[in-house]
Design a protein. Structure first.
Length: 66
């Protein structure tokens, strides 16, 4: 199982970053301008698949894949 971000739903609110117990597993990228280019990404090498980010995302932008 892996965890991924549905970029079209992500609003880069940062709740997932704050909930993640693994430093650096989730990062915010992009410039945050009005074009909506700011998003989060998950480093699968650091992610322990605890699923906290999935449960806290208000936009359901973080999902699991088999």
């Amino acid at each position: 199982m892996t965890v991924k971000v549905n970029q079209s739903n992500c609003i880069a609110c940062g709740i997932c970053i704050k909930s993640c117990p693994e430093p650096g597993a989730i990062t915010r990228n992009g410039n945050g301008n009005d074009n909506g280019n700011r998003r989060v990404s998950i480093n699968t090498a650091l992610c322990k698949i605890c699923l906290l980010c999935v449960s806290v995302c208000p936009k359901k932008a973080i999902v699991t894949e088999d």
